[in-house]
Design a protein around this ligand. Sequence first.
Ligand SMILES: [Zn+2]
Length: 285
Amino acid sequence: MPKEETNMNTLTQSLKRLIPVWLGKKIRGTYQKMLGLFYKGHKYHCPYCKHSFRKMLTDGETHPVIAKYQIIGSGLRENCTCPRCYSKDRDRLIHLYLEKKTSLFTSNKPTRVLHIAPEAWLKELFQSLVHVDYTYGVKGVKNMGYYYDRKTLELDITKLAIDDNVYDIIVCNHVLEHIPDDTQALKEIYRILKPGGWAILQVPHSNVLENTYEDESIVNPKEREKHYGQFDHVRVYGKDYPKRLEFVGFQVEQFNPKNETWGKEYIDRYALNSNENLFIAKKLS
Ligand SMILES: [Zn+2]
């Protein structure tokens, strides 16, 4: 094939990929801007887009299983989603942790971050920090349309093609409940973290379920929905979730602003779920 034709084909392929990204972003951006203006107010604040609102969007799922196990992070909740950037309550909890409990925003120390299944608002935050060397990836990226851009890595969380001890921080938010062999995924996350590094490993979880509910024989999406409340979930994590993290070597810390003297103000202002704990898994030095 002549060189010019090859170049033209490559260009066409690139344009095909570029147009949906550009168009998708523009449409989404305009819509969110209008929505943000409609909900503009002073009661709630989103730390990602830095806008304030009279109310946020109601979001989440209604399902008998979610109600039965009182699953935190899945159920329908008022003031859950930011009208402007779509960050959820659980994402704003992560921001609060980074803001109050780490030096990520105040130190210029070079920091390597891996973000698995990146949320757009969190991705923008990491990309805005000049001292952060940021990588992001997800499995099945090629079929994700404009939601993920071309820099998104294809990652198999149970078999990461990444050397040992590479990252200072890993964010893996609401992913493990989709992974059949979550222990293997956790071993991989532990392996690629630097000693002294830590991971945010948030999952939907139940504080009324003593032990994680899972059954390997349930593979049909309809059955999974019936048992776990969502067709692509493979378990409901219970109170033993921290033990799963400890099993692969992590030291686990749980962050809940209600246990802090300054916490209530932020729970109200960021519209957080005061029952939600953030799970931080540390790889000791
Ligand atoms: Zn926002």
